[in-house]
Write a protein that binds this ligand. Structure first.
Ligand code: NAP
Ligand code: HSE
Length: 441
């Protein structure tokens, strides 16, 4: 019987989750797959650190090359994170023709194309189901289940930490900082928490989805990326009054007529009656609008030890089958080329083409004429108002004006905000959020 060795580089939240959930079902998997499974080596930063699972001390090392260069290791699970050393080790493993399984979306964003090129050159393999949306099998869904479709829209809640923070802030009226500390304790948050809070982690995931669905790598200069730091409880309440909840939404839209693609990650108002508005806590949800299947929504846990290990184990099983049969199903050289080919004539949409309704919250000095100034600028830019609510704060002599607009372009909004800077009774920079409009499949 063929023996397949699984090595780890990184054995923290996710790595230990894989061990915890894979080791007890090793025998069953061996019977099902017809191979022997071994765990020859695990590399960590600090071998002296206590672990939550029992592993034989002799397989632990602080040198990742002992994993990469061990002939008994066929599958290298890169579960350390980051884009520095993780890149070096991933490249070394792929150059050695090994199969790499990862959850590292930041690395795929940073150098996915180069890593795929190494797969093509050296015949290894790269699996990354756990990189997007935790337990939700979104990569498989795009590659297999919904392969017949072209997607006009892929919209989702794809950062568990932000969804956990926004949901609990709203439900429990607790501060952002308190809930962030809980999310850290639960293992949801990236080592660099700004990746989550500033929308970059969701952006990396959206880029991976856009590459799979449309064959194009998108960089930060061609996308809108905003996080949740400026969203207040007041905004959540005001949004609710208008019939919405605020969610961090990753949105990939393609106009097949003009062949333009857009990608954004931003805190967005989602109508209360939409499924995405009701997905709370660490759960993620992805709504795919396909031309053949219509609308498909996947919901599941988006972060944490068990959820993420579920996706890593799924990749490990696929990798074992690929090695056993000497035939990997996806991300073979031909498959990677076909993916690149898909995006060849695609262009990024301009800021004039990207449109949505907007939510604007303006703090003003409670002075005669300030509303007239705001309305004048909106009218001159041809921005139509759908809803308005105003509140006075007598104790401070200020007021809050909240507006919902009809769909207008990002470029028009930029112009409006430049004009707002000239209105002396507008205090500070107004908050601008997008309103999510669903697209039918
Ligand atoms: P983590 O808990 O911080 O674990 C990182 C592990 O990597 C630790 O075992 C650490 O060793 C090891 N490590 C760090 N630098 C190393 C080095 N230079 N050489 C060898 N080992 C090194 O991180 P995690 O939450 O498991 O995340 C791992 C990856 O999964 C990241 O790419 C993350 O983005 C991704 N991910 C995480 C989640 C989640 O919910 N946590 C979900 C999806 C994807 P020590 O233990 O000795 O410090
Ligand atoms: N920090 C990430 C999140 C982990 O909260 O979604 C899962 O990718």
């Amino acid at each position: 019987m063929k023996k397949i060795g699984i090595g780890f580089i990184g054995f923290g939240t996710v790595g230990q989750g894989v061990w915890k959930n894979l080791e007890p079902q090793r025998e069953e998997l061996e019977n099902r797959l017809g191979v022997k499974i071994a765990f020859p080596r695990i590399a960590v930063r600090d071998i002296g650190r206590s672990r939550d699972v029992d592993v034989p001390a002799q397989i632990m090392t602080e040198d990742p090359y002992e994993v990469i260069n061990d002939p008994a290791v066929d599958i290298v699970c890169e579960l350390m994170g980051g884009t520095g050393k993780a890149r070096e080790y991933t490249e070394a493993a792929l150059k050695a023709g090994k199969v790499v399984v990862t959850a590292n979306k930041a690395l795929i964003y940073a150098c996915g194309q180069q890593l795929f090129d190494l797969v093509k050159k050296h015949g290894g393999h790269y699996y990354f189901e756990a990189s997007v949306a935790g337990a939700i099998p979104i990569i498989k869904t795009l590659r297999e289940g919904l392969v017949a479709n072209r997607f006009a829209s892929i919209a989702g809640i794809i950062n568990g930490t932000c969804n956990y923070i926004l949901s609990r802030m709203e439900a429990e009226r607790k501060s952002y900082e308190t809930i962030l500390a809980d999310a850290k304790a639960l293992g949801y948050v990236e080592q660099d928490d700004s990746l989550d809070l500033d929308g970059k982690d969701a952006f990396h995931k959206a880029v991976i989805l856009a590459f799979l669905a449309h064959g194009k790598w998108i960089d930060e200069d061609h996308a809108l990326v905003e996080g949740i730091r400026n969203v207040t409880l007041e905004d959540m309440d005001l949004a609710k009054n208008f019939g919405y909840r605020i969610k961090l939404i990753g949105l990939i839209r393609r106009n097949f007529k003009t062949n333009a693609l857009s990608l954004s990650v931003s805190p967005s108002l989602v109508p209360l009656d939409k499924t995405l508005a009701r997905v709370d806590g660490v759960y993620n949800a992805i709504k795919l609008s396909g031309d053949v299947a219509g609308t498909t929504i996947l919901i599941g846990r988006g972060a944490g030890r068990d959820a993420t290990s579920s996706a890593v184990i799924s990749d490990i099983v696929d990798a074992i089958i690929g090695i056993r049969d000497d035939a990997h199903k996806f991300f073979t050289a031909a498959d990677i080329d076909a993916n690149y080919h898909m995006g060849e004539n695609l262009r990024m949409a301009t800021v004039d083409e990207i449109k949505s309704p907007f939510y604007i919250r303006v703090t003003v000095a409670d002075q005669v004429g300030v509303l007239a100034d705001i309305y004048r600028d909106l009218a001159e830019l041809n921005i139509s108002i759908a809803k308005v609510a105003t509140y006075e704060h007598r104790e401070t002599g200020t007021g809050t004006v909240t507006l919902l607009t009809y769909p207008t372009s990002e470029s028009t909004m930029e112009k409006l905000f430049s004009r707002f800077e000239k209105i002396k009774n507008i205090l500070g920079r107004p908050l601008l959020l997008r309103v999510y409009e669903s697209v039918r499949g």
